[in-house]
Ligand binder design. Structure first.
Ligand code: ADP
Length: 160
């Protein structure tokens, strides 16, 4: 069974990576799919995010990294995926994620959304929190992969 793990990953955090590492043990293949969403103004380009994800998942042989536009279910169908993998952190994620899962179900009855509960230590970790900390020179090495920490430090040292 192929699973798609869609998201913004701007940038990928150790919380995301934890879901990927646990997900790839459950499925034959996990495709981490970066959504090119024109509504959001990302910090990192899609190409940069793909590079960041590829670097920190290179040890996982059944993980592929890609980007897409349009509907997630259409992308899933294109890749013959049966599952959309999502992570659940705090209660506030639940409403949004459930709504998305129900919507996707109405668009394609064959594709199931599977949720993995966050590992406790990452339950309050989000890409935006990391960016906020990095912006003010705070410690982020325990929150993101090494290559991402480097990119964030570089980004904020240049923009100040
Ligand atoms: P999106 O814009 O689609 O929410 P994100 O990159 O913010 O994209 O998140 C992608 C998925 O990863 C979502 O299902 C989100 O709930 C999950 N996720 C994000 N951070 C964590 C974390 N720390 N632990 C577990 N799941 C997470």
């Amino acid at each position: 069974m192929i699973a798609i793990y869609p998201g913004s990953f701007d940038p990928i955090t150790l919380g995301h990576l934890d879901i990927i590492e646990r997900g790839q043990k459950l499925f034959d293949c996990v495709i981490v799919a970066v959504l090119c969403n024109t509504n959001k103004k990302p910090l990192f380009s899609v190409e940069k995010r793909l590079e960041q994800i590829r670097q920190c998942t290179q040890h996982l042989t059944n993980v592929k990294v890609d980007s897409f536009t349009g509907l997630t279910v259409d992308y899933a169908k294109l890749h013959k995926a049966g599952v959309l993998l999502r992570g659940l952190r705090v209660l506030s994620d639940f409403e949004k994620e459930l709504q998305m899962a129900h919507t996707n179900k109405t668009l394609s009855g064959k594709i199931e959304t599977v949720f993995l509960a966050t590992t406790t230590e990452y339950s309050f970790l989000s890409s935006s929190t990391v960016k906020e900390i990095a912006q003010f020179g705070g410690e982020i090495s325990h929150l993101v992969p090494k290559n991402v920490a480097k990119d964030l430090c570089l980004y904020y040292s240049k923009s100040h």
